[in-house]
Design a protein. Structure first.
Length: 245
């Protein structure tokens, strides 16, 4: 199956010790509504490992039915004078107490990058995930993504990594990609980092240098109700009051 979806990729700044509450609010409290009203699926909700990146932070990804699905989502969300869906007033108010802001991207998957239904159907999951933001010179992101498929994925799979997402960042001058890898254990991640400076990945590292690709890698752990952890989309019955978390 060729992936023709469009994704919203979010980096969310969390207020204080509210990360668990926020992740539950996004999965259990938002996802069922998003599916029903906007045909939007949760691809993943993760907490960033603070020692590897900004903290406290949550990474969200949402899967929509192509550009038309994204258009419908924005039209639904921004029709009101407040630029917020009136039906979500209480949800927004609760979320505002948990987060202070964030940074979003619209990302376009590579044709071979799996959908969330394909991933959960195959039972793909990670004990930890490597999240890579890759920056390249203007107009060259296609060269990076083609090389990722031809060289990078075959080089990393023997180390236990599974590429669960490869995306071109839209609305910029083809300078940025997002790549997400699932690793089966923390030990597998440690072996990956050691191999990064060794002969096993020398050819891949050389290609990255030739492409002038700057790879910034952080680690993530998925939320308790994230689809790759549970094998399904969050359901209404998963909801719990935030004060219980």
């Amino acid at each position: 199956m060729t992936n023709d979806r469009i994704y919203i990729h979010e980096l969310i700044d969390i207020i204080g010790q509210n990360r668990a509450r926020y992740m539950h609010h996004m999965t259990a409290n938002w996802c069922p509504t998003a599916r029903e009203e906007r045909n939007m699926l949760c691809f993943g909700v993760w907490g960033t490992v603070g020692s590897t990146g900004r903290w406290p932070e949550v990474v969200n990804m949402w899967e929509l039915e192509g550009w038309d699905g994204l258009v419908e989502n924005f039209a639904h969300e921004l029709a009101a004078p407040s630029l917020q869906d009136p039906a979500l007033e209480k949800w927004w108010a609760a979320a505002a107490d948990l987060r202070r802001g964030g940074f979003d991207r619209i990302v376009v998957p590579e044709p071979w990058s799996p959908t969330i239904e394909e991933l959960t159907g195959a039972g793909v999951r990670g004990a930890v995930y490597a999240h890579e933001v890759v920056r390249v010179p203007i107009g060259t992101v296609r060269g990076f993504l083609d090389t990722l498929a031809d060289v990078g994925v075959p080089a990393l799979e023997p180390l236990g990594l599974t590429c669960v997402g490869a995306y071109r960042v839209a609305m910029i001058s083809d300078t940025e990609a997002i790549v997400i890898w699932a690793l089966p254990s923390w030990e597998a991640w440690g072996r990956y980092e050691q191999a990064w400076d060794g002969p096993q990945l020398a050819a891949w590292r050389a290609r990255l240098t030739t492409l002038n690709a700057d790879v910034q890698r952080t680690l993530m752990v998925d939320a308790p109700l994230s689809p790759m952890r549970t094998g399904r989309q969050p359901q209404v019955e998963d909801r719990r009051p935030l004060e219980e978390l």
